[in-house]
Design a protein around this ligand. Sequence first.
Ligand SMILES: Cc1cc2nc3c(=O)[nH]c(=O)nc-3n(C[C@H](O)[C@H](O)[C@H](O)COP(=O)(O)OP(=O)(O)OC[C@H]3O[C@@H](n4cnc5c(N)ncnc54)[C@H](O)[C@@H]3O)c2cc1C
Length: 574
Amino acid sequence: MSVMSSQYIKHETDVLIIGAGGAGMRAAIAAFDSGSSVTVLSKSLLGKAHTVMAEGGIAAALANVDPKDSWEVHFADTMEEGVYISNFRMAEILSKEAPERVRELEEYGALFDRTPEGTIMQRAFGAHTYRRLCHVGDRTGLEIIRTLEDQILHRDIKFFDEFYVTKLLKDGERVVGAIGIKLNTGDIHVFSSKAVIVSTGGCGRIYKVTSNSWESTGDGLGLAFEAGAELMDMEMIQFHPTGMVFPPGVKGLLVTEGVRGEGGILLNAQGERYMARYSPKKMELDARDIVARANYAEIMAGRGTAHGGVYLDITHRGADFIKRKLPSMYKQYMDFAGVDITKEKMEVAPTVHYQMGGIRVDPESTATNIPGLFASGEVASGLHGANRLGGNSLADILVFGKRSGEGASSYSKKISQGKIDDAAISAEIERVNSLVGRDGLNPYDLASRLEENMSENVGIIRNEENLRKALETIQELKDLSKKAAVHGGLKYNKGLLQVLELPSMLTAAEAIVRGAIERKESRGAHARSDYPKKDPAMRKNIIYTKGERGMRLEWREVPKIPDNLRKLIREEEY
Ligand SMILES: Cc1cc2nc3c(=O)[nH]c(=O)nc-3n(C[C@H](O)[C@H](O)[C@H](O)COP(=O)(O)OP(=O)(O)OC[C@H]3O[C@@H](n4cnc5c(N)ncnc54)[C@H](O)[C@@H]3O)c2cc1C
C-alpha cells in the first residue's frame, strides 16, 4: 500500500529488508514464503550488490570430494579460525545447514562446477581441513545473486533499488520502519513495517586499500547503532593476503584465494617460497591472518616487488586449467594490468576484505536487542569471531539470511504496525534537505582523510600510539562532518550520498579503533606489536553501545560451549 503526502510517499509492509546482497535476497524469499508481505530496499541496482564480487566459493561440508568431511569438522574449523570468540551456536547452525542451502540453490537453478561423477565440485581453501568450497569457476557470487534474483522476480516482492535508507524509525523502543531517498528521483519514501531486517553488508570502504565495493560504507552499522542496537567484535577486520597492487587504480582489488586453492604459490622478490618459514605444514593454505601477515612481513623486510607486493604464481598449472578454473582472474590481470597469468606471476599484497564484527544477533532468529530489528549477512556478528574462514561468508548469508527472513516474518505475525511519529519524519526530511544547495565542507575530502587514517594507523599490525592517533583524527572528522554539504538537490546527487554515508563510516571506524585499543592482545585478525601474544583472559567479546556521553565498550563472556560440541574442537588454546 502506498500513500502520497506533499513531502513523502508512504508504504506499508510486514517485513522491510534493507539490502539486496545474498543475505537480503535470501531473507526476502524466506519471509515471503512464510506468508509475509515483503519490501526490499537497495542502495545499488538489483543484481549488482557487493555479493556479485564473491569469487572462490561457498563452504559446505557436502563431502563430495573428501568423503571424510562432515558438519562436525566444518564446525571445528570455524571455531578454531575464530580463535574461540565465535558464538558456538552460530557455528553449529552454519555447518549443519550450509549443505542444505547449497542444494537448495542448485534446485533454484545455480550451475556449480561438477566432479567427474556429476556431483558438486569442491575446492581447497585456507584453513579448511577438507576440500569444501562449492564454486562456479571464480564467479560464485555472481551465480548466487543471479539465482536468487530469479527467485525474487518470480514472487510478489516489492523492490526499490537505487534507494538509500537514512534512518530507522522507532515507536518507543521498537523499530517500526525506515525513511530514505530514491536516489534517481530525489523522492523521499517512508516505510511502515512490523519488522526490519538490516542486511547492508560490510564497511571495508572506510579503508583506502580494500577489496570491497562502493556500497560497503557500514550504513547498517550506523543505522542500527543509532537505533540502540549493540555491536560486537568490531575490532576484528580481516585483511585478505592477496589484493592487486598495480596499477594504482585497482590497488586492493581481490585476487581470490581460489588461486592458492588451485595450487598457486607465494614467492618474494628473491624467488623464495617464504611460506615454508611461516607455516611449513599448511604453506599458502594457512589461515588468512597468518598468510596476510607473512606477505606484509616480507614486504616490510625489503623482500617485496617494485610495486610493494609479493608474487603469486600459478603458471605451472598450465593455460587451459587456469582459464577454466580462474577465468575472472585471467581477465582481471589481462584487462587491468596487461599481465597474462598463464605465463607471468601476479603481484599481490594484503587488502582490507571483511568485517567479522557487526550487529549482535540471536543465533536462532537473527533478532537484535531492539524489538522489531533483525540483522543478517556481513553486517551481523558472532559467527566468525576473530577471523573468518574463506567461503564461510557465502554460507553465512544464505543460512542466516533465510533464518532472518523467517525470524522477522514470525515476529511480524504477532504484532500490528507501530506508530510512526510525524515529527521524526519531518525532522529527518529537514536534516536531509539541509545538506544540499549550499556551501559546506567537501564530503569526499573528509572520507578520503578517514580512509588514509584507517589504512595508516589501524592496519594489519596495530599499536597503541597509532591507534590513539587514529582516534584523535576520527574525533576531529566527526566534528567536521557536521559541516559537510553539497550543491544541487536531492535527485541523483552523488555528493549528497557521500555526506549521508559519512556518519556511519565514522561510527564503524570509531568502534574498530576503540575496540582495538581495548583489546590489549593479539588474537586472529587483530594483531598488536605491543601485545604480540594471545591473552586467555581476553577470550571474550567486546560489546559497543550508544551511551549518553558517546560510544560505550563492555567485555562480555563468550557463550559457554556445551560438552558435545567442545569435544569436536581439536586445539583448545584459548
Ligand atoms: C572481491 C570479493 C570476493 C569475495 N569472495 C568470497 C568467497 O569466495 N566466498 C565467501 O564466502 N565470501 C566472499 N567474499 C565475502 C562476501 O562476498 C561478502 O561478505 C558477502 O557477499 C556479503 O553479503 P551481504 O548480503 O551481507 O551484503 P552485500 O552483498 O554487501 O549487500 C549489501 C546490500 O545492502 C545495500 N545497502 C547498503 N547500505 C544501504 C543503505 N543505506 N540503504 C539501502 N541499501 C543499502 C547494498 O546496496 C547492497 O544491496 C568476497 C568479498 C569480496 C569483496
